[in-house]
Write a new protein. Structure first.
Length: 437
């Protein structure tokens, strides 16, 4: 059951406008498996937690990551998300050395240093201050230090170009004209990818010549399995582009959503601030961040309502079936974990902001293994999940210690655009009021 939609465009416009609500409408009308059109291809939508579990766990190895290639392959070629089966396992094994708890503890120190400095410079009493671009710039500054080992504030002119290149590459998959014709999105994305390759390649070669250090680039340059398998320079270029995109865009999206809800719900903001006050203004570590339980609840609820990666794409490598529906080889599969986050059979009042749903005794996220999966699942569950959560908590802790967050008007509600990672169309205006010590 299904329909293509508009010629060429398919259902792209509805998908970009409403994201998971588009998928929820499909689910309510057609059930957990149906097909629909998107630019230049037909896709099978797999909706609901049971279908998500079947595709993500992939026990029969029927589903390949190559489904992503027509969507993002030109921009994130051979990033970890686009690798399959044994090759993916091998690359993930090497990359995991950059995400051990010991490594994460070192990253937190750098994240905290950058966040404290940058957040302290944001303008106050300014109703025109746009939080989302400010947070994106902050997360890129953090990535420059943690991933590349650059001193804070260094290379700012080049980083401005790199930031724009990341913006262009992330937005390019939403292009209608899907070939490099100036000045359109796809062309800008191809240019952005080229700039990123030119940025990373000499830095990788330099890192290989130096003594190992604690930044992620150096770790990847020196990481190897017990059998001696290691990344080539090209592997590291591909992985760094993908990792920096994922680290800086997904975290920025979640921080922005959290800031909105904290501003809109002053009692939750105060509850989170009270916890932060108990930590004080001293240096942060993982153990301290794990005590910020209110921010954890708010973060999970924000991820539920606005998932940075609303959907996942796969391709069938052989004829198979999904929930009893026959699906032929070489079919594009689109899974919508973010839609599961809005199902009334899993969540009480699913469209409302209610962080307590994640706390005891309710624990609504445990009603199904895939009721809540903002970081994916199975072998491809986000390798940087813990890094992202620590970064988000660090920034929000520093933000709440310094400012009270206010909406620019009482009835303000953001409007999201879903052509790539969810973006607030207006940049998310938030007024920062200094807190008097």
């Amino acid at each position: 059951m299904g329909d293509f939609g508009l010629p060429v465009l398919g259902h792209m416009i509805e998908q970009f406008r409403s994201g998971p609500d588009f998928a929820r409408a499909l689910y309510n009308e057609r059930g957990p498996v149906s097909w629909y059109g998107s630019p230049y291809m037909k896709a099978v939508a797999v909706l609901g937690p049971d279908g998500t579990q079947e595709v993500f766990t992939n026990k029969s190895k029927d589903f390949s990551q190559q489904g992503w290639v027509p969507v993002v392959g030109a921009f994130f070629n051979r990033g970890l998300m686009l690798l399959d089966f044994q090759e993916h396992h091998q690359h993930r094994l090497i990359m995991q050395q950059a995400f051990t708890r010991t490594r994460l503890a070192g990253y937190v120190e750098h994240i905290d240093t950058v966040a404290t400095d940058v957040v302290g410079q944001w303008p106050t009493h300014n109703s025109r201050f746009l939080l989302h671009p400010a947070v994106k710039e902050l997360t890129l500054d953090i990535a420059s230090v943690v991933f590349m080992g650059n001193p804070p504030g260094a290379d700012s002119a080049q980083l401005t170009k790199v930031n724009q290149a990341f913006v262009d590459t992330v937005q390019a998959p939403g292009a209608v004209i899907r070939f490099p014709l100036p000045p359109f999105k796809w062309w800008r994305g191809v240019k952005g990818r080229k700039l990123l390759e030119e940025y990373f390649t000499p830095r990788i070669q330099g890192a290989r010549r130096q003594e190992p250090s604690t930044d992620m680039l150096s770790v990847l340059c020196n990481a190897a399995t017990d059998e001696g398998d290691a990344f080539t320079d090209k592997d590291i270029v591909n992985h760094m582009i993908f990792l920096m995109m994922a680290a800086h865009d997904t975290s920025a999206s979640t921080m922005t959503t959290m800031a909105y809800h904290l501003a809109a719900q002053p009692h939750w903001q105060q509850r989170a601030r009270d916890e932060s006050a108990r930590l004080g203004d001293g240096p942060l570590d993982i153990e301290a961040l794990e005590k910020l339980e209110t921010l954890e609840l708010v973060m999970n609820e924000s991820l539920r309502l606005v998932s940075p990666l609303p959907l996942a794409v796969r391709s069938t490598v052989r004829d198979t079936d999904i929930l009893g529906h026959y699906v032929p080889k070489d079919t594009t599969i689109v899974v919508w974990p973010s839609m599961n986050h809005r199902l009334p059979e899993l969540w009480t009042s699913p469209d409302e902001f209610d962080p307590e749903r994640f706390a005891e005794p309710r624990c609504e996220h445990k009603r199904h293994r895939y009721a809540f999966s903002p970081f994916g699942g199975g072998a491809h569950k986000c390798i940087g999940m813990m890094f992202g959560q620590l970064e988000i908590k660090t920034v929000l802790h520093r933000l709440l210690r310094r400012y009270r967050l206010e909406l620019t008007r009482p009835d303000y509600q953001p409007h999201w655009e879903y052509s790539g990672m969810p973006l607030p169309l207006d940049g998310m205006p938030i007024t920062l009021r200094p807190i008097t010590p």
